[in-house]
Design a protein around this ligand. Structure first.
Ligand SMILES: [Zn+2]
Length: 274
């Protein structure tokens, strides 16, 4: 059932790809008749979905040494991920970003040099995002439609004008294994497995050897639990209305059974990543 629904949505996406790449404000999301917000949703920590879909995201690369290893692993699993890249790293290794795009992964803007947007002037943020956007387009041939602010640091006002000017959705996360503290591959793996729910956006970094080492067992075990991997834009396209009739805490521990519909339970971890 999920597969057919997913394929139907995927097909629609293939038929009308142009708006995804258009510059300018993102059109309002079809959240549902009862819950449609007055303002289009532009920020996502997770997505309410009707199946076991999750998005793995990797920040701060590309790394010349580690990102190709991760791409090899993702290819063997036939998993599509999303990379929030640093502009200066893209300029240094455009071929890695080009490869990621060729292999079906999504590329998002994670700033030029990882500054704290929340403390910067609009002009400085604008220049930083534009420079990175240009580097991504130069490497891949397409502009990104997603942005993740370094440290998750961004004001509500910045979100709004960045969405209006760049057309970006602002992507945060709801699963954070704190891999930048280098706790070891086993801890990274266990933290991701414990916190990931349908609709989760999982944060980690493809610049730490321990994270790359953690990914083989992490992906194996997420697959064994029945999770399906999509890019962040695909996850957003799969968004379904929230159904408030059941308490979310009861749903959080329902084990994944293949083919069984599941609701998400939002897991919000406060600690910003580095
Ligand atoms: Zn980062």
């Amino acid at each position: 059932m999920f597969v057919s629904r997913f394929l139907a949505i995927w097909s629609l996406g293939l038929l009308v790809p142009a708006p995804l790449h258009a510059r300018g404000p993102i059109p309002g999301r079809a959240i549902g008749k009862d819950t449609a917000p007055a303002e289009p949703r532009i920020t996502f920590n997770s997505v309410h979905v009707d199946g076991p879909y999750i998005a793995m995201t990797f920040d701060d690369g590309p790394s010349a040494k580690l990102t190709p290893k991760l791409l090899d692993l993702l290819a063997t699993h036939h998993i599509k991920a999303t990379f929030f890249v640093i502009g200066e790293n893209v300029a240094e290794h455009p071929e890695i970003v080009a490869r990621a795009t060729r292999e079906g992964h999504e590329i998002g803007n994670h700033s030029w040099s990882h500054p704290n947007f929340g403390k910067m002037s609009d002009d400085a943020v604008r220049r930083d995002l534009q420079k990175t956007d240009d580097a991504i387009r130069s490497a891949t041939g397409t502009r990104p439609t997603l942005m993740r602010p370094p440290y998750g640091s961004i004001t509500a006002r910045q979100k709004k004008w960045i969405n209006e000017e760049f057309g970006y959705r602002i992507i945060l996360w709801n699963v954070d294994p704190l891999d930048w503290k280098r706790p070891g591959p086993a801890a990274v793996c266990n933290r991701i497995l414990k916190a990931t729910q349908p609709g989760s956006i999982v944060l980690s970094h493809d610049i730490h050897p321990g994270t790359i080492a953690a990914m083989a067992p992490t992906l194996d075990q997420l697959e064994a639990k029945g999770f399906k991997f999509v890019t962040v834009s695909e996850l957003i396209a799969l968004a379904r209305p929230e159904m408030p009739k059941s308490p979310p805490d009861k749903r959080a521990n329902v084990p994944l059974a293949s083919g069984a519909p599941l609701l998400t339970s939002k897991v919000v971890l406060a600690a910003p990543h580095q």
